[in-house]
Every structure is written in structure tokens, then in C-alpha cells.
Design a protein around this ligand. Sequence first.
Ligand SMILES: Nc1ncnc2c1ncn2[C@@H]1O[C@H](COP(=O)(O)OP(=O)(O)OP(=O)(O)O)[C@@H](O)[C@H]1O
Ligand SMILES: [Mg+2]
Length: 249
Amino acid sequence: MPISDPEPLLQVTGLSASYGNIRVLNGIDLTVGAGEIVALLGPNGAGKSTLLKAMMGLVPTTQGSVSLDGFPLTGRATWDMASLGLALIPEGRMVFRDMTVEENLAMGAFPKPHRAALGRNLERVFGLFPKLKERRRQFAGSLSGGESQMLAMGRGLMSEPRLLLIDEPSLGLAPVIVREIFDILRGLKAQGVTIVLVEQNTHMALGLADGVYLMRAGRVILAERAAAVDLDHLHDLYFAREGAAGIAE
Ligand SMILES: Nc1ncnc2c1ncn2[C@@H]1O[C@H](COP(=O)(O)OP(=O)(O)OP(=O)(O)O)[C@@H](O)[C@H]1O
Ligand SMILES: [Mg+2]
């Protein structure tokens, strides 16, 4: 089932993880080619956020491996991930409310090599998100939902990641803002950034992605090129009742 790719940038093989004795990732295989966007879909509780966290070393894994450009990430500390080329833009945005927009962005350039490039990367982020530039001295706690999401994305870009993991960027935002965020993602792809995008908005995710993975109950139950996806089949799998035919729970 894995999507074959001659030169995967990200390779996840047989990855399993548990919270206590409850297994939430069960032998996940996933590959993302350099410069591609992969959409990671699935109902609530499927394990999408856990998979991103496991890649970042935020959730300990019990089996399997993760590698970036052939370099093993499994077992590496989270604070090394920025230097290794990974950035996570977490679910719920997690901006530092009592810090200014600019201070929040500087936090994304925390690892030493990235501090040297702080000015250049700030200008790049302000170029992508002009509203953040206007509000650079404003406390993050006073931003709108859309602006907070842009700040979280900007912060993730401050370390110049090769692989960006984005967890539900459109959640709770107005359609016009969602379109703006998808345009930014399209722009990042054009700049060569590889992206794993967790999304509830299947339609928009499919419009952007090269590859699609559908997760349920800790497993990948569908892996396809986006152009080959049959939407009806995808929805059937997405919404099927637990234990329904074809779905191993
Ligand atoms: N810190 C935790 N401790 C224990 N169980 C957890 C923890 N975080 C998540 N889980 C459980 O792991 C499973 C997968 O959760 P996860 O957050 O990865 O799902 P998700 O696909 O991101 O869902 P959503 O679409 O709601 O964000 C769920 O059953 C959840 O209750
Ligand atoms: Mg989640």
C-alpha cells in the first residue's frame, strides 16, 4: 500500500507508539517525496497528531523508524529536530500570548545556527505574512485566530525547515482565512518545502496534496496519490462505523 517514490525525503516505517498500555500508532508506513505535500486525513482520535509528535520525538515510539533524507531520527531529542530540518506547527497554534509577535517568531529560531539568520528569516516570514509585520510589536494574545495561525506557521518557518509538519491549520477559521492559509502552503511548496498536512478539510487538502494517507484507529488504511483518490471511497472509509468491513480496528 505505501506510495512508492524514488527519492523519499521522509520515510516512516512500521512506527508504533503507545500512551501507557494503550497503543495509538500501529505499524505506520508513510513516505513523502522531496518537495511534495502529503495530506494526512482521518477522524478524531485516529492518531494523526500523535504521528506528528512521534516524528518530532515528543511521543516515545515502541517499534519502527523515522528517517529524513536517509538520516535516522528515531530516538533523537526533540530539541535536535530543528537543526535536523524538521518543524512542527502544532494543533491549537500554541503561541506565547504574553510575548510580542516578533518575540514569538524569534523563539522559532532558537537553535544557535538559526539565530545567526534571524534577520533574514524574519524578513522572509514578514514577506509571506504582511499582517504579522504590521503587528510585530503587538502581544500574540491579542491576535485573531487567523493571525495566530499565521504566527504559528511563521514561527515554524524561522528555522528554515526542509520538512514542515502542520497539524490542522484551518481549524475554527473563516473560509476566506482558510483559503489564505492554503495559498501560503502552496507558496511554500513552490519554494521547495516538503509538507505533511493534517487536515479535516478533505476537499481543500486533496486540492493541494500530491499524496494522501487516511488513518483510522492508529493505522493507515489508505495511501494513494491525490490524483488517484476516489472521493466516495475515501468518505466511505473515513466515516465507516468501527468494525465495518475492510477496516481492521
Ligand atoms: N497525552 C495522551 N495521553 C493518553 N492518550 C492520549 C494522549 N494524547 C492522545 N491520546 C489518545 O490517542 C489517540 C489518538 O489521539 P490523536 O490526538 O493523535 O488523534 P487525532 O487523529 O489527532 O485526533 P483529532 O482529529 O481529534 O485531533 C486518541 O484515542 C487519544 O485519546
Ligand atoms: Mg489531532
